[in-house]
Design a protein around this ligand. Structure first.
Ligand SMILES: NC(=O)c1ccc[n+]([C@@H]2O[C@H](COP(=O)([O-])OP(=O)(O)OC[C@H]3O[C@@H](n4cnc5c(N)ncnc54)[C@H](OP(=O)(O)O)[C@@H]3O)[C@@H](O)[C@H]2O)c1
Length: 210
């Protein structure tokens, strides 16, 4: 598959390498233009090319990997209808109460009061996207082994579009990492978004041989 990344940092470098190792190709974008990403894609090898956000958004699956305050700008101007979008962001909260930045509420208390998970907020911004929350539950430092014998680290996944979620699960599983479905954006997201019980906890999938 062809996977587009919006954001070109730690998440993109790590997940991009897992995807390329599994035979996928990736398009990487940032806010400053493809010409600023020559070294980044060269480091990832022939499976990676630099593009615009729009080119990344045209791929089979798109991964949003910017910091939380950048999310509105990163999603802006793209017609998301029908596109599979993985929200890999963590809504890192500001300890100060209720600061809104370009429509994104950064206060944990305010988010909870609204009764929505961070990916539900992203879904509202990416109108019409088939949004799946995934990749966000662990530091990338935990999945830096790209060898065939790497640990089968668990990546939690949630979403309201069952078919899109299954495609994301299949994509992650194709890399040797293991996707586990936690349900909808509301119920699953509440379990694996930042600050939730299943965020920042390391799980490995182990098959017991009899
Ligand atoms: N690092 C981890 O271990 C980890 C693990 C799980 C989840 N996460 C979450 O994943 C997200 C990304 O984390 P990261 O560590 O990869 O961050 P990072 O290394 O700082 O990379 C963020 C990238 O976003 C780009 N960006 C900023 N504004 C943009 C825009 N408007 N359009 C397109 N790209 C834009 C930045 O490039 P320019 O500024 O050049 O545009 C940069 O390449 C965060 O929400 C984080 O909480 C991180």
């Amino acid at each position: 598959m062809k996977i587009g990344f919006i954001g070109a940092g730690n998440v993109t470098r790590t997940i991009g390498r897992h995807l390329i190792t599994a035979g996928h190709s990736i398009v990487v974008s940032n806010s400053r233009g493809p010409e600023t990403l020559a070294d980044f894609v060269a480091d990832l090898g022939p499976g990676a090319v630099a593009g615009t956000r729009e080119q990344a958004a045209e791929c089979d699956v798109v991964i949003l990997a910017t910091h939380w305050p950048k999310v509105p700008e990163a999603l802006k101007g793209i017609d998301w209808r029908g596109r599979i979008l993985i929200d890999a962001t963590n809504a890192h909260m500001d300890p100060k109460p209720d600061i809104s930045l370009a429509g994104v509420t950064r206060s944990r208390a305010a988010l909870k009061a609204k009764g929505r998970t961070s990916s539900e907020i992203v879904a509202e911004m990416a109108v019409g996207a088939r949004l799946v929350k995934s990749i966000s539950n662990m530091p990338m430092a935990w999945i830096q082994d790209f060898s065939p014998n790497k640990p089968r680290s668990v990546i939690f996944t949630s979403g309201d579009d069952t078919e899109a979620k299954q495609q994301v699960i299949d994509l992650i599983n194709s890399t040797g990492l293991v996707a586990i479905d936690l349900g909808s954006l509301a119920t699953g997201g509440a379990m694996h978004e930042v600050g939730a019980p299943l965020s920042g906890v390391e799980f490995h999938f182990v098959r017991r041989l009899r």
